[in-house]
Design a protein. Sequence first.
Length: 231
Amino acid sequence: MGGARAELVGSPSGASSASSVGCQCSTAGRPQPGGNPRCCGHDRPGALSAPAERVEHPRANWRSRGRGRRLVLAGLPVVGLAGLGYQWSRPPAAPDVTYRLIDGARVRQQELLGKVVLVNFWASSCVNCIKEMPALVQTHERFAPRGYETMAVAMAYDRPDFVLQFASTRQLPFKVALDLQGEVAQAFGRVSVTPTSVLIGADGRIVQRWVGEPESWASLHNLIESKLLRT
């Protein structure tokens, strides 16, 4: 966003930009009668009814506006704010685990780069896992032709023969993995509650994580759709 304007309120020497009226804020952070709302933070976007401040670049010339001092930033990429001490957080990368499938094959998470992946931790003894399984199947069949993958990871305490029987009788169309040592659940943040699901973008970064059945399958489908459009 090269043409974006942002603003940073302050003064070149660290001096206060408040007006001559002293900062008289209550412990709740609201200005007392006669106090200056700027020093209480109420001139920020969304705070009371004061207008939003605009961030400015330190290389621009300082100029006085009223009794405060500001800098104006124009025509610079937003990423340039990193030089001002701002850090833009990125979604965490999914762990590069190895899935051991029930057919004996092994698949690394890195091999799934370029696909939107739903990792679902489940157990054949988990009532809610069984309840949501038909919706997982429908979701997989809807988006799989476009680069979507489902990885159903059975918990370490689940008997492999139960997992095999369930996958066979239900004719699950997606990959089913056995996590016999609990290594995959551990790598994904010590998963212990089922069902737990993690949606991973085509770039290998975690998009969303939730416990239990999704509150809205339609919302999940919209999210998957938005990620597939970026592949």
